[in-house]
Design a protein around this ligand. Sequence first.
Ligand SMILES: C[S@@+](CC[C@H](N)C(=O)[O-])C[C@H]1O[C@@H](n2cnc3c(N)ncnc32)[C@H](O)[C@@H]1O
Length: 325
Amino acid sequence: MSKKRTRKPSAGRAKRLPRGTPAGEHRPVLVQQVLRVLDAKPGQVFVDCTIGFAGHAVELLHRVGPGGLLIGIDWDADNLPKARARLQAVGYPFRLIHGNFASLETVLAQLDIVHVDGILADLGMSSMQVDDAERGFSYMRDGPLDMRMDRSHGQTAAQLLGRISEMDLRHALAELGDHANGAALAAAICEARAREKFIRTRQLADFVLRFFGKTSWRLRQEKRRWQTHPAAQLFQTLRILVNRELGNLGNLLRVAPSCLKPRACVAIIGFHSGEDRLIKRAFREDAAKGIYAEMSQEPMSADFAEKSSNPRSRSAKMRWARRAV
Ligand SMILES: C[S@@+](CC[C@H](N)C(=O)[O-])C[C@H]1O[C@@H](n2cnc3c(N)ncnc32)[C@H](O)[C@@H]1O
């Protein structure tokens, strides 16, 4: 008798990837949830405020088709050529703008557009930025301590870390990083910088390791939770400060309703509690004023399969709101 081989359903099997996505690289998060919420249709106009590697945008462009328009914004000019190549391969109309989504109304006005059929923002940094050591975002790769999304101006993380007061650093770590030992870490950094300027990512990451009494680190799970690098929260906090990320998000939340057509949706993917609080509060306040007719009550997050195959999705939370008529 021949044994019938049955294939076990794998909980960790990844869902269909967006078109043209190289497996394991630059993978966009919560794609199916984004597409469900934004529900793009042929002929519509959508704006992706954080185009990155255009993972979400390629899918939206396929849906709006030859009669629609996809507008992509990114504050990091280095991302645009890569996004352009992927969008050109689709063959439908799109426009790419180097700019800050905090000025969304102005960006749309430059294109003679007032209202769009949907807005997406996938916050934070792209894997392309993390992978490039010269950008200084990564505690795993040695590079200059820069962290600016837009390298044409603004202070670097090294300059910020050289000037910030101990009290401000302590508050930022508590508010943005939920950092264990934030006060002691802020004091240690401010004491050490008097002797030695922090200018390299490896130098800062090694300092934090020593502060926590460690000499090395490797990715592992403890009690079914991934243990992040001890410097991860400090790096995230510095990135948020350098790029004034909460201020930019606040502006986007303020102008988004006036950029949406009636019944159109805005969807925002955040990666830490500071962002999520801001998004939830703005959507609630605008819903109470009758500006939004509907909003997500709970944030949407990745399922087990996505979390297993795409580490970046583990902390992703998406909220959405629908403009009233
Ligand atoms: C997580 S990535 C987006 C990934 C993208 N959804 C994809 O599918 O490839 C976030 C992007 O937002 C950009 N960004 C961050 N802050 C921005 C801002 N204030 N305005 C415009 N772009 C911003 C970053 O440069 C980065 O490329």
